[in-house]
Design a protein around this ligand. Structure first.
Ligand SMILES: [Zn+2]
Length: 147
């Protein structure tokens, strides 16, 4: 039951992250469009002869453009990091046949629980299989930290 809740929380947080990033991307795109508009107006103002106003507009446009590109890059970097940080929940399946004792590990699937009898039979002896463990995958980094 606890494992089920944890998996649900994971998908929830992932979807909120996605929402925030699309929202941010939209704002960045608007700022980028405004920056390009400012640059275009700056060009026109320069041609009209007002160099000071053109310089100010070009400056604002450039700063906004650089900022929006930076934000876009940063948000993409962050979402990539978030994806890596989410630990996978793994399920260990063991063959019920003591003589065979085949162990398989796969990603957690909805409805998995410890001591659950599976419909899928063992690949070696075609005997019954059972879920023996459900756990979060530990990263290599954390493992070496303990040693
Ligand atoms: Zn087996």
């Amino acid at each position: 039951m606890r494992m089920k809740n944890m998996a649900q929380n994971q998908t929830q947080s992932a979807s909120t992250n996605k929402k925030i990033s699309t929202y941010l991307t939209l704002i960045v795109l608007i700022v980028m469009a405004l920056a390009i508009t400012a640059l275009l107006i700056a060009g026109e103002t320069y041609l009209a002869g007002d160099q000071l106003a053109a310089g100010v507009l070009a400056g604002i446009g450039l700063i906004a453009l650089v900022l929006s590109v930076f934000l876009l890059y940063q948000s993409k970097l962050q979402t990539a990091q978030v994806k890596i940080e989410v630990p996978k929940v793994m399920t260990t399946i063991e063959c019920a046949n003591k003589a065979c004792n085949t162990k398989t590990v796969r990603e957690f699937q909805r409805g998995d629980y410890v001591y659950k009898d599976l419909d899928i039979t063992c690949t070696k002896c075609s005997g019954k299989q059972m879920v023996t463990a459900i756990y979060k995958e530990i990263k290599e980094k954390e493992k070496t930290f303990n040693v």
